[in-house]
Design a binder for this molecule. Structure first.
Ligand code: GAL
Length: 684
């Protein structure tokens, strides 16, 4: 049973690092927090060196004062275990705990998270400080949640040292039982890679040619599990001392991090939380917010907590873009729209020293006479006005299949094309749905699909038999399934599914392909059929032939002129589509529109281009978020007599969004939702 966070309404705050400042500053901190409506901050995340100045010697005097001060001011603490930043004394005593990279270089301490996840010395030290914190603060009235570690694997997702090698072998023994099974799974008859003794197996260290794919895939699985076991160990220590206090750790579901299989992590957290930063080069990073928010809501199975984002620029991209007018507010409320019940930043007060001195914060270097501060105060008021939204969740009828195994396997070297990026493929399919105002969930390949009218599987290169059967039987029972190219190609051992492509889905899709023809960067092929005249494909093509399906579009030129590129197959009581090339955005949008029409999937609301619409469903009301990312302003019909929560005003049949503005409309649940749930009775 998951423990819930007791902070009322939408939690608001950020990482608070008062230890970086003289005590005189703290009083101003809490006064300003109150002014901004901050009701929860994360403390102690990187405090290990101060909490334990020498091995086994603890000093909690500063933390006692900080927690006391927060409590006196009605601000809850999300108290962190400081284990992401072991102190210098630890590494002097245990140099063997330093991580080793793929090339065999031992990294030095002097930043953070430079430890080997498999190091017994690290685990002992981490659990000791965790236990001390748990004993001391389990009953502290300020402590509302445990923030376990920080961003597991951000800097040390893999360590290639001998200790890690031993742990990897232990993990492999548990997975395969014996070497014959491992040799079979890894296909080690290839290139004389057969293992006769467990000790011969190493991490996939730098080597002369391409390492074995299954070896690499198992290594990624192991690395994710190894860090998960550290999380579990700390959480268990905390749970013994404080059985009712929820625990979280901040995920990194964003554009750049791929190291952890969060489907395996999420059930272990009471509150599922995320850190999300914008990519300066993404002109539509609000779509990334939406995609990641939907993935988080799906991982959490409901509301989640945004543990970190930024008020302005970060400091770790080549050029760190500040946010434009109103962007801070749009970003934060878009996270709420996609299910966040807590909004927090890195960090409260901008640092004047240290590696992050040029990172934005809620209270900038310039102080309160700054745009960011004014925006932060306004956001505090907005979140207060949205308190009742807490606990409400999504209403999607479309699901996109998401799988970390597939992501890792697709991006291994020596693929037919090195240009395939899992997240890009998913985003390509997500974007037209976002633009059309259609709600999306993410599901595991073997997840429950019964709530969905349309299921999409882009880039699902690897799928096990259970996942494949789940997806194909979904279509067979009446669902609409669309599969993207290079899907279903290998099983969980990363072995090719024989007999023609796309292996696992061939029969359901009613097609058979015998050779991939990936396209070169910049190469385009024309398409004709039930697609616009100017339709094109890039990135991928394959020699496909129909085996029961009908061709919806075929190539007009290139090496495969005349060959089907998009197909549709009546499979059982449902429909299975195959999209064998990367369609240009308009054509893909049109195709997804057709699939939606056939599957009777409605948008949340029809909105002008650039306006995002998202619905959160509560017990008695729906909350419709309208966010103008295009900066054009809009007039959007909503039921009369509803309430716009940010202004508190009653609606009269529409809301007017000023350019760049946001509205959140509480609509009492009425006939529409009842009608939709009746409609669902025959959904598979
Ligand atoms: C996160 C991290 C924070 C801070 C932030 C800066 O990855 O958890 O501690 O470093 O990035 O953007």
């Amino acid at each position: 049973m998951k423990r819930t966070l007791s902070v009322p309404g939408i939690a608001y705050g950020g990482d608070y690092n008062p230890e970086q400042w003289p005590e005189e500053v703290w009083a101003e901190d809490v006064a300003l927090m109150r002014e901004a409506g901050v009701n929860m901050v994360s403390v102690g995340i990187f405090s290990w060196a101060l909490l334990e100045p020498a091995e086994g010697l603890f000093d909690f005097s500063r933390m006692d004062k900080i927690l006391g001060l927060l409590h006196e001011n009605g601000i809850a603490a999300d108290l962190a275990t400081p284990t992401a930043a072991p102190p210098a004394w630890f590494f002097r005593a245990h140099p063997e705990a330093l991580p080793v990279d793929r090339d065999g270089r031992t990294l030095s301490y002097g930043s953070r998270q430079t430890f080997c996840p498999s190091s017994p010395a690290y685990r002992r030290a981490a659990l000791r400080i965790t236990d001390q914190l748990a004993q001391r603060y389990a009953d502290h009235p300020a402590v509302a949640m445990w923030h376990v570690h920080n961003e597991y694997g951000c800097h040390n997702a893999a360590c290639y040292c001998d200790t890690s090698a031993e742990a990897f072998r232990g993990w492999l023994r548990a997975r395969y039982g014996n070497l014959d099974a491992l040799n079979d799974a890894w296909g080690t008859t290839f290139w004389s890679q057969w293992y006769y003794h467990w000790d011969e197996i190493l991490p996939p260290r730098a080597t002369g040619a391409v390492p074995n794919p299954t070896h690499q895939l198992d290594w990624r699985r192991f690395c994710s599990d190894e860090l998960l076991s550290l999380y579990r160990a700390e959480r268990d220590v905390l749970s013994v001392a404080a059985p009712d206090t929820p625990a979280t750790t901040n995920f990194m579901v964003n554009f750049s991090f791929e190291a952890l299989d969060y489907w395996r992590w999420a059930p272990e957290l009471d509150v599922v939380s995320n850190d999300h930063y914008l990519q300066s080069t993404d002109p539509e990073s609000h779509i990334d917010i939406a995609l990641c928010g939907d993935l988080m809501r799906s991982l959490a199975g409901g509301p989640w907590f945004l543990m970190e984002h930024s008020t302005g620029a970060v400091n770790w991209q080549p050029v760190n873009r500040a946010k434009g007018p109103g962007e801070l507010r749009r970003n934060a409320l878009a996270h709420v729209a996609h299910g966040a019940d807590g909004i927090a930043y890195f960090q409260w007060r901008a640092a004047k020293a240290g590696a992050e001195q040029w990172h934005s914060a809620m209270l900038p270097h310039a102080g309160t006479d700054s745009q960011i501060w004014r925006d932060v105060v306004r956001l505090g008021a907005d979140l207060k006005a949205l308190a009742e939204v807490r606990g409400s969740t999504g209403t999607a009828e479309v699901a996109i299949v998401w799988d970390w195994d597939a992501r890792w396997a697709l991006e291994l070297p020596s693929q037919p094309s090195g240009e395939l990026r899992y997240l890009d493929l998913v985003r390509t399919w997500y974007e037209p749905l976002w633009r059309a105002g259609v709600a999306v969930d993410f599901v595991r390949p073997d997840g429950d699909l019964s709530a969905y009218r349309l299921v999409l599987a882009p880039g699902l290169y690897l799928v096990d038999d259970a996942g494949a059967a789940n997806l194909t039987s979904y279509a067979e029972r009446g669902g609409t399934l669309a599969v993207g190219f290079h899907s279903g190609m290998v099983d969980e051992k990363c072995h090719v599914r024989l007999g023609g492509y796309p292996g696992a889905f061939r029969e359901a899709l009613g097609v058979r392909s015998d050779e991939p023809f990936p396209l070169l960067p910049g190469e385009k092929v024309g398409l004709s059929g039930e697609v616009p005249q100017e339709a094109t494909g890039t990135l991928w093509s394959e020699r496909l032939r129909l085996a029961g399906a009908e061709a919806v579009a075929s190539y007009t030129d290139g090496p495969l002129a005349g060959v089907p590129a998009v197909t549709r197959h009546a499979h059982g009581a449902g429909t299975a589509w195959y999209v064998a090339t990367l369609l240009d955005p308009d054509t893909l949008a049109g195709l997804l529109g057709r699939m939606r029409a056939e599957a009777e999937v409605e948008p949340v609301r029809s909105v002008p281009a650039g306006v995002e619409v998202v619905r959160r469903r509560g017990t008695d009301a729906d909350y419709v978020f309208l966010i103008d990312h295009a900066g054009q302003g809009a007039e959007i019909p909503v039921p009369a007599g509803a309430t716009e929560l940010l202004t508190g005003k009653e609606t009269t049949g529409s809301v007017t969004l000023a350019p760049g503005e946001i509205a959140v409309v509480r609509e009492p649940r009425g006939d529409v939702s009842a009608q939709r749930s009746d409609d669902r009775k025959d959904t598979p």
